[in-house]
Design a protein around this ligand. Structure first.
Ligand SMILES: [Mg+2]
Length: 218
């Protein structure tokens, strides 16, 4: 017999969230924030350019005039530097803040981001700068295990939003009662982002906010 891997999720109440209301888990990069744009702007300060022609990250970053993208090692270094020092520079996704403010009348909101640990302070500052007082959890790896640990603490409906099918599938598997939604904020990325019938894809935040509200009021 194998022992299932257990992820210890923080207590909702320790995060300032009430288990007596619905719970909505929201990703940051390409959901609440225009990550590709912010990361591309940072890459430009390092003499690089982003060409969004596929659903990828480092493979979209080039030296000007070159046709071969930068390699994974250089990409990872750029990525880490962005999160350690510059990830508070990106813009919110259009409509996201209004939608969250509306949703917070009906649900508790928890920001669940797979950013590297050094990003915690800047990412928190970024949320506060945009008037979002919701707690932030930085996660590593698929989001299903921690989502299941959080969702298990409430009897109320729950929802989860992410741009990546891997995270959406993971949450659907570990927490089957949670409503899952895919959102891809960057206009250039949308045509390249794979979708799945398993998770409604709603790229307009006003519509997404309404759909989440319906899901958590059921
Ligand atoms: Mg994301």
């Amino acid at each position: 017999m194998t022992t299932p891997l257990t992820v210890v999720a923080p207590l909702l109440e320790s995060l300032g969230l009430s288990p007596a209301r619905p719970l909505v888990l929201i990703d940051v990069d390409e959901v609440l924030g225009l990550f590709m744009q912010g990361f591309g702007d940072y890459a430009a300060t390092r003499g690089l350019e982003m060409r969004v022609d596929k659903f990828a990250l480092f493979q979209n970053i080039y030296r000007p005039g070159e046709s071969q993208h930068i390699d994974a090692v250089e990409g990872k270094a750029l990525f880490d530097a962005f999160f350690a020092g510059h990830c508070d520079q990106m813009e919110p996704a259009p409509g996201a803040i209004d939608a969250l403010n509306r949703l917070s009348d009906h649900a508790e909101i928890l920001i669940l981001s797979n950013a590297p640990a050094p990003a915690e302070r800047l990412r928190t500052n970024w949320l506060r700068k945009h008037g979002l007082a919701h707690p932030l959890i930085l996660n590593t790896g698929p989001k299903g295990p921690i989502a299941a640990g959080l969702v298990a603490q409430t009897m109320h409906p729950t929802a989860f939003v992410d741009d990546l099918l891997g995270n959406l599938d993971s949450v659907a598997e570990h927490s089957p009662t949670t409503a899952t939604f895919q959102h891809v904020a960057d206009l250039r990325l949308r045509p390249h982002a794979p979708a799945s019938e398993r998770h409604p894809r709603i790229d307009d935040w006003a519509q997404l906010g309404e759909a989440i509200e319906v899901a958590v009021r059921r």
